[in-house]
Design a protein around this ligand. Structure first.
Ligand code: MLT
Length: 265
């Protein structure tokens, strides 16, 4: 995997295909491998760039970060490898980073794909939950204990019960996340701003994607994004939970391909 120094951290990334850049940001506590089906399925249409965010995957770092600083890292990486302006896609936490990027670097964006994510900040209960999970990550179970806690909500019941390979693949990614990164990411998500009021300022074309049974960022949150961003398109993925990109890659890839066609001609 190539690496590139980005505002103090060295980011690892994959870079496949050629044409208009499509950059895909993973969620929590994940890494770029969750986009393998999109990189494989879309590299014939565009240049698919998948970074590991600071501290995740191969982008080793012990430094704390914010959602905004992750957006700065991504921008520095893309500027360095000649991939601006780009279509930026984000899954869940990656969507928070994409929204921060859209606010700060609107001129370097051709389109925004917000996948199983939300604009709303954390509620007081949500913030309390982050504190609890930080304790879990610091405990003896580390990343595995965090994965145990999150797993029941990550995929639809059907995938949970009948797709052991998918569950194993996802679990492997979650358990590989360094506990210190888990802690930093939970603090970053807890402290992130609410982006709801910023949605009406987004002028770039936007695609909103959500699994029809997403239990972490449910379809109602996707509706808020869709209503808030003028002219956006909403795609509800059938038979998918929070990890629609892995659960139903064909549907997600079709929506992304159509979006790329519309945005880049
Ligand atoms: C994610 O999937 O990235 C996280 O679960 C999002 C969150 O906890 O807010």
């Amino acid at each position: 995997m190539p690496t590139h120094p980005a505002s103090g951290a060295t980011l690892s990334y994959t870079d496949r295909g050629s044409g208009p850049p499509l950059v895909l940001l993973h969620g929590f506590p994940l890494d770029g491998r969750v986009w393998d089906d999109q990189a494989a399925g879309l590299a014939d249409r565009c240049r698919v760039i998948v970074p590991d965010l600071r501290g995740f995957g191969q982008s080793k770092s012990d430094a704390p970060f914010t959602i905004e600083s992750l957006a700065d890292d991504v921008h520095a990486l893309l500027a360095g490898i000649g991939a601006l302006p780009c279509v930026l896609g984000g899954l869940s936490m990656g969507g928070y980073v994409a929204l921060a990027y859209a606010k700060k670097y609107p001129a370097d964006l051709r389109g925004l794909a917000l996948i199983d994510t939300r604009a709303e900040g954390d509620s007081p209960e949500g913030k309390a939950g982050r504190a609890k999970m930080i304790e879990t990550a610091r405990g003896p179970g580390g990343a595995k204990a965090v994965a145990d806690q999150m797993m029941p909500k990550m995929v639809a019941a059907d995938a949970r019960d009948h797709r052991p390979d998918l569950v194993r693949r996802l679990r492997g990614v979650m358990e590989a996340c360094p506990p210190l990164t888990i802690e930093h990411a939970l603090a970053a998500m807890r402290d992130r701003p609410d982006f709801t009021a910023d949605l009406s300022s987004i002028r770039t074309p936007a695609l909103i994607v959500v699994g029809d049974t997403d239990a972490i960022t449910p379809p109602a949150m996707a509706e808020t994004l869709h209503k808030g961003i003028a002219g956006s398109t909403l795609a509800v993925v059938k038979g998918a939970g929070h990890m629609a990109i892995m659960e139903q890659p064909a549907q997600v890839n079709q929506a992304l391909r159509r979006f790329m066609d519309g945005v880049t001609g």
